[in-house]
Design a binder for this molecule. Structure first.
Ligand SMILES: NC(=O)c1ccc[n+]([C@@H]2O[C@H](COP(=O)([O-])OP(=O)(O)OC[C@H]3O[C@@H](n4cnc5c(N)ncnc54)[C@H](OP(=O)(O)O)[C@@H]3O)[C@@H](O)[C@H]2O)c1
Length: 263
């Protein structure tokens, strides 16, 4: 049984562990974090092994998952001593390129990147992976199999990773839900009904589109009677700068991701 060691036991690690437990994973799971209380909590919730000593954690890994915040990656990797064998490591850190990871650790780690979402907690969701050209096929498969055990996996070139990271965040859906429900309440609905209506409005059609064969344009046309209420609402949203707001948000996210590379 392969041992997967998480370095960092925060939000995304917790969500992945929940997804792995749902999928009845066949991995031995170990978590390292500098906060003993977080380790105790993860052990209790997900029945994982915990290892408070960084180097002992790294030594037992068949695959390392680096899940600390981008600003902590260099510090954490700088504390890893010489490992006996050449480890396969996957970084979840947004914005930090493979080239930087390899520079920090030197040749004793083979790197891949992955971008999961906390939605993997429910066994859904998607993880993007990116590999350096030099990574052997067997390593690629190990990384893909691991992330596929709690959701879908898509491989993309590393050059697209920041664009994917910014576009893919499940926060977009939550943000849209919170905004639409708030405005629905202002229009007269109680909070529960506003959330219900907004959740169905945003989720149902999109799930059906993803699982079906109809092009988005034809579904949009079907949902919007010319001159009707939905058409009037969408046109007013566009005129108020809906597209511009999304573009500005994505551009700001991209700038933030690029800054992470220098952290
Ligand atoms: N959250 C998401 O939705 C998501 C999705 C995809 C990718 N990611 C990526 O995943 C990474 C982790 O994100 P997160 O939201 O899970 O962050 P988080 O909740 O802050 O978890 C990181 C954990 O690592 C610990 N840590 C930091 N430096 C350490 C060190 N030197 N030694 C041991 N433990 C250390 C932190 O402890 P302290 O609290 O003491 O600092 C914290 O418990 C980030 O790089 C992020 O870009 C996150």
């Amino acid at each position: 049984m392969s041992t997967i060691v998480f370095l960092g036991g925060g939000r995304i690690t917790s969500a992945i562990l929940a997804g792995l437990r749902l999928g009845k994973s066949r991995y031995r799971l170990v978590v390292h974090d500098r906060n003993p209380d977080k380790l105790r909590d993860l052990k209790k919730r997900y029945a994982v092994a915990v290892e408070p000593d960084l180097n002992r954690a790294v030594e037992q890994a068949d695959m390392l998952i680096v899940a600390v915040r981008p600003s902590s990656v260099r510090e954490l990797l700088g504390m890893v001593g010489n490992v006996n064998r050449r480890s396969l490591a996957v970084s979840l850190a947004a914005g930090i390129p493979l080239r930087v990871l390899s520079q920090v650790t030197g040749p004793h780690m083979r790197w891949a990147r992955a971008m999961p979402s906390p939605v993997c907690r429910s066994g859904r969701g998607l993880t993007a992976v990116a590999f350096p050209r030099s990574l052997p096929r067997a390593d690629r498969k190990r990384v893909q199999d691991f992330f596929a055990s709690f959701g879908h996996v898509v491989q993309i070139p590393e050059s697209k990773f920041n664009a994917f990271t910014v576009t893919y965040s499940c926060s977009h859906g939550y943000h849209a839900l919170a905004t639409l429900a708030r405005v629905g309440q202002e229009a007269g609905l109680d909070r529960k009904t506003a959330l219900l209506a907004s959740a169905h409005a945003l989720a149902d059609g999109i799930i059906a589109w993803r699982g079906g064969t109809h092009p988005l344009e034809s579904l949009l046309e079907e949902a919007v009677t010319p001159g009707g209420i939905a058409a009037t609402t969408a046109a007013a949203m566009d005129a108020a700068g809906y597209g511009r707001a999304v573009r500005r948000g994505v551009a700001a996210g991209l700038r933030r991701a690029r800054r992470n590379a220098g952290k």
